[in-house]
Design a binder for this molecule. Structure first.
Ligand code: TYD
Ligand code: MG
Length: 451
């Protein structure tokens, strides 16, 4: 027989205690303990049938059927479509476009497959209708449930038996007796209930999770280890590009990214992101350099811009947007000491055009050349791209997947690629010349055109 036991749970952080406490020793909040009765059989036992022991060799591998979405970018990030019974978490800053993306996917899937249930705890049915009209959805087969109580959500989903359930957002969902909505205990309990339902019914569930100010999903990563797939929707608010990135995927690679553009009628796939990013470029401008970076496994041509300006007052300022600030400090220091470019009386403003973030050292050489170009008022050839990591002694280091990057540069009309020495068996597309340089000084000499 199941034994019941009473514990007290902090409604903010989920810390458990056998007796009531006025102040939580874990999160330090006052008066947050609520009484909770637990059964020793555990809640999971009531949902899931006992599993069989099977020998691995005896398991026949039938292809996991996947439900394809109408967006190839989304499918690619998921690893080829939605796996039945999987739990997918989509998180990102508020207002970045999570609801828009999911409503679009849901609408298209409903038209093709039959039924999708969209549970919204944040918006009313008429607000969702307004959004659907804006993005041009017919709404056939798309069912809206403005509900926050998870028991009701599960019951409705059970009755409707749709092809996909979307819960927007997990922070507004609640179950009776687990504390305040949005608290770690609630978020964990709700996710657990939805996971059990998804696994037992074989119907995939998408959860929306807002990222908190500190950058973590509410309830320090409590959701991430429970779900099968974690996707982040990222982008700068001022820019229209959105990146869908896989952070965890039990059914595919996490190297894939999807690129979308937010327009007035919803999110659209960007077929050729490099071209879109370079479309506003002024060719041959001073202080701009093209760098073929890698986003996951996907090459992306970005434009790095830098502007140097004599410091008027006090300490010289450095501003970096779209990449790590410390990289700018490092490159500026190496340029001063090893490149012979004095920057101690110059402000430096550098950014990656288009609101894209670049996180790899392969952009070092491009950044250095952009700064040097501005400081010396010398142009770079508009058809030259650069790749390379810079070491502290001014040496250039090779970067990964050069062939892919060079091929992408060639596709966009680049004729020369400046890069560190690489293995000689590199196959280069016709029309592209590789110029290898081994130090920063050499790169400055070859890269910058003298006036
Ligand atoms: P939303 O999907 O509500 O964000 P989230 O669910 O991540 O909080 O997106 C909100 C933003 O998207 C809002 O600022 C307006 C913008 N938007 C467009 O630019 N075009 C559109 O067609 C839609 C529906 C939204
Ligand atoms: Mg939303």
């Amino acid at each position: 027989m199941a034994k019941t036991r009473t514990v007290y749970v902090c409604s903010i952080c989920g810390n458990e205690s056998l007796k009531w406490l006025g102040r939580c020793p874990q999160c330090g909040e006052w008066n947050t303990y609520v009484e909770k009765t637990t059964s020793s059989t555990g809640s999971a036992g009531s949902y899931i049938a006992p599993a069989e022991v099977q020998e691995l060799a005896a398991i026949s591998l039938e292809d996991v059927p996947r439900i394809p979405l109408n967006s190839s970018e989304f499918n690619c990030v998921l690893g080829g479509g939605i796996v039945p019974g999987s739990l997918v978490l989509i998180s990102g800053d508020p207002g970045i476009g999570k609801s828009t993306l999911l409503l679009q996917m849901a609408g298209a899937l409903a038209e093709k497959e039959g039924k999708v249930l969209y549970v919204s705890g944040e918006e009313s049915a008429s607000q969702i209708k307004l959004r659907a009209e804006r993005i041009g959805l017919s709404g056939n087969g798309l069912f809206i449930l403005p509900e926050t109580r998870i028991e009701n959500v599960v019951n409705s989903a059970q009755d409707l038996s749709p092809d996909l359930v979307i819960v927007d957002s997990i922070q507004t969902a609640y179950v009776e007796g687990a504390g305040a909505a949005g608290s770690v205990a609630q978020v964990r309990e709700c996710t657990l209930r939805l996971m059990q339902w998804a696994k037992s019914s074989g119907i995939p569930v998408f959860l929306v999770g807002h990222v908190t100010k500190e950058g973590a999903i509410a309830g320090p990563h409590v959701l991430e280890h429970m779900v099968d797939v974690v996707l982040y929707l990222e982008g700068e608010h001022f820019s229209s590009y959105r990146l869908l990135r896989g952070a965890k995927n039990r059914f595919g690679s996490t190297d894939e990214i999807g690129i979308f553009e937010m327009r007035d009628r919803g999110l659209f796939e960007v077929a050729n992101p490099s071209q879109a990013l370079l479309s506003h470029r002024t060719e041959g401008a001073i202080g701009t350099v093209i760098v073929p970076t890698l986003e996951g496994t996907r090459p992306l041509l970005v434009e790095i811009q830098a502007l140097t300006n004599p410091t008027n007052f006090g300490m010289p300022r450095r501003t970096a947007s779209g990449f790590d600030f410390n990289r700018l400090l490092l490159i500026a220091a190496v340029l001063s000491r090893r490149g012979g470019i004095s920057l101690s009386d110059q402000d430096i403003i550098a950014n990656v055009a288009g609101g894209i973030r670049v996180n790899e050292p392969a952009m070092d050489l491009g950044l250095a050349l952009a700064i040097a170009s501005s400081a010396r008022n010398a142009k770079m050839s508009p058809t030259m791209a650069t790749i390379g990591e810079i070491g502290l002694s001014g040496e250039l280091r090779p970067v990964s997947q050069i062939e892919k990057r060079v091929a992408e540069a060639a596709k966009l009309g680049m004729q020369t690629v400046l890069l560190p020495p690489t293995s000689s068996d590199l196959s280069t597309p016709s029309g592209v010349e590789l110029k290898t340089v081994s130090t920063l000084l050499e790169a400055l000499k070859v890269g910058l055109q003298s006036k």
